[in-house]
Write a protein that binds this ligand. Structure first.
Ligand SMILES: Nc1nc2c(ncn2[C@@H]2O[C@H](COP(=O)(O)OP(=O)(O)OP(=O)(O)O)[C@@H](O)[C@H]2O)c(=O)[nH]1
Ligand SMILES: [Mg+2]
Length: 302
């Protein structure tokens, strides 16, 4: 438990130091006055929480101050933490009813899909699940090699297709092969695609449909991998992917490289999608189930 919190705190050092850290100074021992709320607003918005959420948090703090008759900013600390925690979802339910469970990973170029596929393979393996990786990124030869290296390291089988081949065909082969092998989880890594490119978004719709043909009900999850360093911009991507396919959850990759971890609140509030995992580093064990208590505890300087 201590180790887990340490992982979160190490991973969120940038967000803590660059943005939320300023909360510590703010929550010092000054008197609560009118400018308090302006200061808090500036900190929350700079932390990439998003304007609406920031204003809602401030409103709640103001009410709390009035109700409790608080006079010092330091008295707000616990309340603010609770406000932040309650704005995130509790730990996600990551149980699948289907065997195999087919999971499709989608996202823009370089968001962290392939690395996340490998980390997820490791995560499921730790739970004694039999995993199959499918390299449905047929655009770049290096993409298949990247996943192959991971599959060898993880000792997880890999299905890949021809370069420039049809990603739908690889997806179909991957799923039928996974069923034949009796695996528990099939993780499909797809090519990065700009959410504004019509053809590429049509292609991911097709991959989704093909998965359903290969196994009715599939994909059982379609997870959007967002690069946490992109902050609020990631919300635009998410909206476009949500329109194209049935996104069931978000994976926030590269939280450790980001000072914009506050975007987690905007994701929750504006997209109404659960954040399932956080990428806290490049290694296979650096993927953590998203835990709102550890997250909020780690962005505070205490
Ligand atoms: N620090 C850190 N780096 C990460 C994380 N996830 C991915 N990366 C790095 O981000 C870079 C891109 O990751 P990929 O997994 O190749 O991204 P991708 O979405 O598959 O990229 P394309 O297939 O080109 O669209 C790599 O250098 C990864 O090591 C993370 O959680 N933390
Ligand atoms: Mg990739």
């Amino acid at each position: 438990m201590v180790d887990l919190l340490k992982k979160w705190r190490d991973g969120l050092a940038r967000t803590r130091n660059v943005t939320f850290g300023r909360l510590a100074a703010f929550l010092g021992t000054s008197e609560i006055k009118d400018t308090t709320w302006e200061d808090l607003e500036a900190i929350l918005i700079q932390a990439d929480i998003g304007i609406e959420t920031s204003l809602a948090i401030i409103e709640a703090c103001r009410e709390h101050v009035l109700k409790e008759g608080l006079t010092k900013t330091e008295q707000l600390s616990q309340f603010l933490k609770h406000e932040l925690i309650n704005r995130l979802d509790p730990a996600p339910d990551l149980v699948f009813n289907s065997i195999p469970a087919v999971i499709l990973l989608v996202g823009v170029n370089g968001s962290g899909k392939t690395t996340t596929a490998a980390k997820l393979a490791y995560w499921f393996k730790q739970q004694n699940k039999k995993v199959l990786l499918v390299a449905a990124d047929t655009y770049r030869a290096a993409a298949v090699d990247q996943l192959r290296i991971w599959s060898e390291r993880l000792e997880v089988p890999l299905i890949s297709g021809q370069q420039n081949g049809d990603p739908g065909a690889v997806t179909y082969d991957g799923i039928t092969s996974g069923i034949a092998r009796g695996v528990d989880v099939i993780l499909i890594d797809t090519a990065g695609r700009l959410h504004t490119r019509f053809n590429l978004m049509e292609e991911i719709k097709k991959v989704y449909r093909v998965a359903n043909k290969a196994k009715p009900g599939a994909p059982h999850a379609c997870w959007l991998v967002l690069d946490a360093t992109t902050g609020q911009n990631a919300l635009q991507q998410a909206r476009a992917f949500k329109e194209a396919v049935n996104i069931s959850g978000i994976i926030l990759a590269k939280l450790d490289s980001s000072a914009k971890g506050g975007m987690a609140f905007a994701v929750k509030e504006q997209l109404d999608l659960p954040i399932l995992f956080a990428g806290l580093g490049e290694k296979m064990e650096d993927l953590q189930v998203f835990d709102r208590d550890s997250f909020v505890e780690s962005i505070f300087n205490s």
